[in-house]
Design a protein around this ligand. Structure first.
Ligand code: ACO
Length: 326
């Protein structure tokens, strides 16, 4: 996808910090277990009046400011989320109104933790076809709302937050050098939110059975993630005709530090080639990659002209990746 560029990035995380030690008080778990198995030390948890929409709005405001783009200049808004404020209307439509983006179309995109990659590719494909030629792509999640705080298998993993990027057209730019979007619905049972959809609407019974919370087979998702990241990275490098070392930074979905480390090891790369912030935020699903991207840019791990490889994976099962020249 040639001739597009990221004009600005932003992120927002709630103020409230929930540490592993806080979790130890109510769950049969330990800081040591969580740190060694996942790399997570703390996560941010939204207040009641903070929602996916308000977090998306804060991240979007920062990205627009950095991009020096006004809301009226946006032609499209995409919000990748598995935790929209409501099933409908789309959170993206509410964001359009909150920002005052009068000329923008808006839709939500739902494919779990891979959402931001799908949304960035989709946004990039739209840029030049739009008027105005600017797209706001947001990944935002309030996972604390769908986590069973009594289930140690999942409660320790997730956090809340949002990240955003503004895309624009620039004929001088190489843009997205390669991308891959994948899905394998045969793994649907491994990671799901069973109730609240049209198949199993929320009822007293679904609540009593805790079916409105995340259910996950962590071991299988872990194996899938490591395998898919490696395959996907190889495919992307091949289609962009690049060697692993020619990528300046690899940014993976922050689900588990061990997944990132194993993937890099399989690719023969060292930790200096990546950016990890999972210790502070846990897994923020569709928000994790744009938050990491924004922090990596601000910490100068990434500068203009660099090549970055983004890769995500998660519920679906689904995966996706892209190589972008900054
Ligand atoms: N504290 C203490 N013990 C725990 C905890 C906990 N929080 N959680 C699980 N355990 C126990 C288990 O009960 C098990 O005990 P047992 O052996 O007596 O049965 C033991 O620890 C080992 O459990 P495993 O599941 O084998 O632990 P593992 O090393 O696989 O780590 C984890 C679990 C962290 C969930 C890992 O599998 C993982 O990260 N998987 C990937 C998850 C993921 O990425 N999900 C998100 C995808 S993105 C999306 O779309 C939302």
């Amino acid at each position: 996808i040639k001739g597009i560029e990221i004009l600005g990035t932003g992120h927002y995380v709630p103020e409230r910090v929930l540490t592993n030690h806080d979790l130890e008080r109510n769950l049969d778990t330990s800081n040591e277990w969580i740190v060694t198995r996942t790399g997570i030390r703390e996560r941010r948890i939204a207040k009641t009046n903070e929602t996916t929409l308000t977090m998306a709005y804060n991240a979007a405001q920062e990205a627009l400011k950095e991009a020096k783009v006004t809301p009226e200049e946006l032609g499209l808004i995409i919000v990748a989320t598995a935790t929209p404020d409501m099933i409908f209307p789309a959170t993206a439509a509410q964001l359009q109104e909150k920002l005052g983006a009068k000329k923008a179309g808006a839709f939500d995109l739902s494919i779990g933790c891979t959402g931001f990659i799908y949304a960035l590719v989709t946004g990039a494909l739209y840029v030049k076809a739009l008027d105005p030629q600017k797209v706001l792509v947001v990944g935002a999640e309030k996972l604390s709302a769908i986590v069973d705080w009594d289930d140690r298998n999942t409660a320790v993993l997730f956090g809340d937050g949002a990240g955003a990027v503004v895309l624009g057209a620039n004929s001088q730019k190489a843009g997205i050098l390669a991308f891959e979007l994948g899905a394998d619905g045969s793994g649907a049972e491994l990671l799901k939110l069973p109730a609240g959809g049209s198949m199993l609407p929320s009822s007293h019974e679904t609540v009593a059975k805790k079916l409105h919370y995340i259910k996950m087979n962590g071991k299988e998702v872990f194996k899938f993630a490591v395998k898919k990241i490696e395959e996907s990275v190889q495919n992307l490098l091949h289609s962009a005709n690049l060697e692993p070392q020619e990528i300046d930074l690899y940014l993976f979905h922050q689900a588990n530090r061990r997944i990132i480390e194993s993937s890099l090891e399989r690719l023969g790369l060292g930790l200096e080639k990546t950016f990890i912030n999972i210790e502070r935020y846990g897994n923020t699903s569709a928000a994790s990659i744009p938050i990491a991207l924004n922090e990596a840019l601000h910490e100068k791990k990434l500068t203009k002209g660099d090549k970055v490889l983004l890769a995500g994976f998660g519920a679906g099962l689904a995966w996706g990746g892209l190589i972008l020249e900054f």
